[in-house]
Design a protein around this ligand. Sequence first.
Ligand SMILES: NC(=O)c1ccc[n+]([C@@H]2O[C@H](COP(=O)([O-])OP(=O)(O)OC[C@H]3O[C@@H](n4cnc5c(N)ncnc54)[C@H](OP(=O)(O)O)[C@@H]3O)[C@@H](O)[C@H]2O)c1
Length: 283
Amino acid sequence: MESLKAIAMEVGENGPLRLGVLGCGNLGEGLIRGWLKSDPDRTALQLSASHRRAERIKHLQSTFRLSFTSANADLAHWSDVIVICLRPPDVLPVLSGLRNLFTSTKLIVSTAAGVNPAAIRTAVGDNCKVVHVLPSSLLVVPGYERFGTHLVAREAGREEEAELVHSLFSRLGQVVLVPIDRIPEFAVLCSCTPAFLAAMWLEMMRALENVGLPSETIRQVLAQHVRAVATALERGDDLDGLISRITTRDGITEAGIHHLEQKRAIEGMVIAAFEKYAGAAQQ
Ligand SMILES: NC(=O)c1ccc[n+]([C@@H]2O[C@H](COP(=O)([O-])OP(=O)(O)OC[C@H]3O[C@@H](n4cnc5c(N)ncnc54)[C@H](OP(=O)(O)O)[C@@H]3O)[C@@H](O)[C@H]2O)c1
């Protein structure tokens, strides 16, 4: 491969793209599963991954029937695109050790939410291009993968690479391209909200169970109501308008909503997540 330009925007146009997942834990396994599913004939993507433990490699090999390696250097050498799926404290030491292999023909995709992008650039050197991605955590939950929204960072001078990464992650679910300096705020939206929503519904279920309602009925009714709200969101309907149409003035729903607004619990949840993320990224 001569240059990154040779990786056509339509992945697979120039033959399969060699996609290597470095540090194939939970996220890496989800990515491999999704990409394999998106390309069952393997015409667009050639996949491989590395892991430091032999038993994990054995497990991956028997699950996916692909070739995996314990040598990160071999994977980095083989891959056109290297997707870093290490835990944050491992990222910089591993990347620094592979620096000599990161030539201008390689693209690195960093998934390490909370590792400073500037520190990653220093670790890989100037030769190599880096695109930052925040994959959805739903990717690692079988049966829920398709509901994930993945964030791809847009950076001046990296548009072509971001587009390539966008097309790779579009194979796995919805993708949103965002300016790199807005990643923390978008991370709360794309990464935290599935769990936030689940936690809110769980609280509501517990409260209704506590007043003696049967769980099965609560689940049935809440599932319908989640669909109603999701439909309003998809249609772009005004949620305030929906609330006022289904709320009687001075009635019991209004009292409940007033209580929720006074507590500002949801705003607190978002701010807490954002502050934690922003703090980690500065380290
Ligand atoms: N999980 C998610 O839903 C999700 C979503 C978005 C972003 N992310 C990001 O993705 C990254 C990985 O998260 P994860 O949940 O997949 O973590 P994980 O399951 O712990 O995966 C990381 C893997 O890397 C392996 N590893 C450590 N050092 C290595 C080395 N030198 N060479 C090769 N492999 C090595 C670890 O092995 P050991 O098991 O031996 O430690 C572990 O299996 C994190 O930076 C996280 O912020 C994760």
